[in-house]
Design a binder for this molecule. Structure first.
Ligand SMILES: Nc1ncnc2c1ncn2[C@@H]1O[C@H](COP(=O)(O)OP(=O)(O)OP(=O)(O)O)[C@@H](O)[C@H]1O
Ligand SMILES: [Mg+2]
Length: 236
């Protein structure tokens, strides 16, 4: 379980996150939705130890990790799939997966882990010896989420995994995360600009606007109250 209290993140004079309180529970996807610049990525980066925290606290499974290093947080089972492409383009699909597995806090055997990735995304099996940079954007995104999850992380932070992808691939990737949550009891915190999508797959949602939580609740209720329409309007 991830518990954030009154978190403040700033870059010099720019306050990106202004006192956010939220909870993400195991076995479910928790969504953070908000427009461009709302502070979603800053919040996730602060949780994984990559953005400067000026106030508030972060607890992971009851332990205060606010001042714990990023590498130690990763060892504690926290994994962060970033916005943008973060794979080694010259290395093959299998080499990327192996590196992630070797350096992660692995809870599973390599053969099992690899087989699970290949079962989920058969195209990655076909392309296992292809340099990652030569694959399509959608295939690279499949590799990115596989790299982020190959060690069975207990807590997974996802930053716009749908970015630039065809709808069919987005569906496949979200089905994968939903299954992970259910089967492994993973805690997933998902940041998305595409509110409709995020609220469809998540159990609970938070709406971020200019660094603050302006709405929160069961995702279904947020959808029913017309939030998706509001999010795409000038209001947010
Ligand atoms: N490294 C940085 N240095 C200075 N300002 C930053 C930095 N990263 C983000 N910001 C600023 O912090 C604010 C929040 O940005 P952030 O990237 O967290 O938003 P976001 O919700 O993830 O947006 P997007 O949907 O575009 O990814 C913005 O005003 C942004 O310009
Ligand atoms: Mg972002």
């Amino acid at each position: 379980m991830l518990e954030i209290r009154d978190l403040v993140v700033s870059y010099g004079a720019i306050e990106a996150v202004r006192g956010v309180t939220l909870t993400a529970v195991p076995g479910a996807i928790t969504a953070i939705v908000g427009a461009n610049g709302a502070g979603k990525s800053s919040l996730l980066r602060a949780i994984s130890g990559l953005a400067p925290i000026r106030g508030g606290s972060i607890r992971l499974d009851g332990k205060d990790i606010t001042t714990v290093s990023a590498s130690r947080r990763a060892e504690m089972g926290l994994s962060h799939a970033m916005e943008g492409r973060r794979i080694f383009r010259q290395l093959t699909v299998e080499e990327n997966l192996q590196l992630a597995w070797q350096f992660g806090r692995r809870r599973n055997a390599w053969a099992t882990a690899l087989e699970r990735v290949f079962q989920t995304f058969p195209i990655l099996k076909e392309k296992r010896r292809t340099p990652a940079g030569l694959m399509s954007g959608g295939q690279q995104q499949m590799l990115i989420v596989s790299v982020a999850t190959i060690c069975n992380p207990a807590t997974l932070l996802l930053d716009e995994p749908s970015l630039g992808l065809a709808p069919i691939i987005v569906q496949e990737i979200y089905a994968f995360f939903t299954e992970r949550c259910r089967e492994d009891g993973t805690t997933v915190l998902l940041a998305e600009q595409m509110a409709a999508l995020a609220l469809k797959v998540s159990a609970h949602g938070y709406v971020l606007r200019q660094g603050r939580v302006v709405r929160e609740g069961p995702s279904k209720e947020l959808v029913d109250t017309g939030l998706v329409a509001a999010l795409s309007s000038a209001y947010l």
